[in-house]
Design a protein around this ligand. Structure first.
Ligand code: HEM
Length: 508
């Protein structure tokens, strides 16, 4: 009987039966996927409320254009803390200064994790620095980076001189355009990335280094793609990895190319290394790998070195470059503001003396302009996605451990409770009645708490020195009747759409 039964199971199916069986299997699988997705879409108990979610895709479609603006508007209906469903990924959105301060500052550790989104897992395996999970790996990487920035960078007086030297290369390259129209994007990118390069590689790259420029170009394309609809779709449905089309494929190709480039360049710059005598970040990192070789739990590895070098380069370049591009755009747009900047520069720096960081205190208007650019343009509008490292209680809501959290920094900079007429570009809001610079608490371009920007000090140095030297030498203007769009290009960062300007040498 047993052998008859076994024989029966080998009776071949007809092709129509096979098709029918396959169809049933496919429908069952689809049904299970849909049920799993619908279960994942349920709001956990005590979770903040939020707008209606569509089955399967949740609120993804609402993020198609200007997600930061959509989130600020939505907070007017659902409160400063509300939730979205990003295709089965329950997400809490924090809006306005009070909510963000409450979570990122008062509960710093609770909100210090990064979400294990499929895209981040695929790109960095949640290692490196910027994307690293909150824990020992992140602590070790952050400590090493902070120390390296101090030791090889902003902690040294020599470093300021190196930034000033880069400013001169930058100005001379602009001068080559002889006051004619040009797009400053590439020059700014090269100059700004060179400051981080000094810390990471101990050297600057020349402005005609095509390989390095290409790497930065495709890396910054990825910063844009990481906030595209395809990236959200991939996070919700990682199986689309196998679709032969879609922007996520471009993202993966770019990431693979950047990885190979960084691997090669790291090898090049580690040649001639002497143990415990680091010349730059790469040497310091390799020392850590060697020192921890017998520690099974160490996170220092060649792979994490590549990830963290990439993250430092792009986090430092993409942001500061865009801040300077916006600053140039607004100076050209508002000649009266530019004139006040020129006047202050000329009075504090007579006879074209190059600026130093000490001059900052005597230049409140320049400081006010740079702060207003960072507020008004909010370069990183949604911060970098966070996650809860443990169950959290906030404003009566319960947020389970591991929930993705979006910090809407744009909403802080346009929070009517803290800013009057936030939609107007007005540097004077950072000055008191005597013209002295005043700090404003609801100013958070670098975010807050444990994961706040690691390069804030460096970025502030760069912005002041590049901006002041640029305006000291040039008058910036658009050709008559040719005004650029002020709409930002969307991505993880907000950048101006490409524009061209004339940088005309000022009379000495
Ligand atoms: C105008 C310039 C800059 C702006 C507006 C900016 C803004 C930010 C923001 C909003 C974050 C997210 C923090 C969070 O998770 O809440 C961040 C993180 C970070 N930034 Fe910046 N940044 C700038 C320049 C730089 C520079 C120059 C560097 C280094 C070269 C840098 C390195 C980093 C790193 C490594 C992180 C991740 C920190 C971590 O996860 O622990 N940034 N930045």
């Amino acid at each position: 009987m047993g052998s008859v039964g076994r024989l029966a199971s080998y009776v071949p199916l007809s092709s129509s039966q096979a098709l029918c069986a396959l169809g049933t299997l496919a429908v069952t699988l689809l049904f299970l996927v849909v049920v799993r997705q619908l279960v994942r879409q349920r709001r956990p108990r005590g979770f903040p409320p939020g707008p209606t979610r569509f089955p399967l895709i949740g609120n993804i479609l609402s993020l198609a254009s200007e997600p930061h603006v959509f989130m600020k508007k939505t907070s007017e209906t659902y409160g400063q803390i509300f939730s979205l469903d990003l295709g089965g990924i329950s997400t809490v959105v924090l809006n306005g200064f009070d909510a963000i301060k409450e979570c990122l500052s008062h509960q710093s550790e609770v909100f210090a994790d990064r979400p294990s989104l499929p895209l981040f897992v695929k790109m960095t395996k949640m290692g490196g620095l910027l994307n690293s999970k909150y824990g020992r790996g992140w602590i070790d990487h952050r400590k090493l980076a902070v120390n390296s920035f101090r030791y090889f960078g902003s902690g040294q007086k020599m470093f300021e001189r190196k930034i000033s030297e880069e400013c001169m290369f930058f100005l001379d390259a602009i001068d080559e355009h002889k006051g004619k129209l040009f797009n400053p994007k590439h020059l700014i990118t090269n100059a700004v990335s060179n400051i981080t390069n000094l810390i990471i590689f101990g050297e600057r790259f020349t402005y005609d280094d095509r390989d390095f420029q290409h790497m930065i170009e495709i890396f910054s394309e990825n910063v844009e793609l990481a906030a595209s609809g395809w990236a959200f779709l991939y996070n919700a449905f990682p199986c689309i990895e196998y679709l032969p089309f879609g922007k996520h494929q471009k993202l993966f190709r770019n990431a693979a190319e950047v990885y190979v480039f960084l691997l090669r360049i790291i090898e090049r710059f580690s040649q001639g290394r002497v143990c415990q005598s680091p010349r730059h970040y790469i040497d310091a990192y390799l020392d850590e790998i060697e020192q921890n070789v017998s520690d099974k739990n160490t996170s220092f590895s060649k792979e994490n070195l590549i990830f963290s070098v990439g993250e430092l380069i792009i986090a430092g370049t993409e942001t500061t470059t865009n801040a300077l591009r916006w600053a140039i755009l607004y100076m050209s747009l508002y000649p009266n503001i530019q004139e006040r900047v020129h006047k202050e520069i000329d009075s504090v720096l007579p006879n074209g003396r190059p600026p130093t960081l000490e001059d900052k205190q005597s230049m409140p208007y320049v400081e006010a302009v740079l702060h207003e650019v960072l507020r008004f343009c909010t370069i990183v509008p949604l911060g970098i996605f966070r996650a809860t490292s443990q169950d959290a209680q906030v404003s009566g809501y319960t947020i389970p451990k591991g929930t993705m959290v979006i910090t809407n920094l744009y909403s802080v900079h346009f929070d009517e409770k803290y800013w009057s007429d936030p939609g107007i570009f007005c540097p004077d809001r950072f000055l008191d009645s005597n013209g002295n610079f005043i700090r404003r608490e609801a100013f958070l371009p670098f975010s807050l708490g444990r994961r706040h920007c690691l390069g804030e000090q460096l970025a502030r140095m760069e912005l002041f020195l590049f901006f002041t030297t640029l305006l000291q030498r040039f008058h910036l203007q658009f050709p008559k009747g040719c005004l650029p769009s002020l709409s930002p290009k969307l991505g993880m960062t907000l950048q101006p759409l490409p524009y061209t300007i004339c940088a005309v040498r000022r009379q000495p």
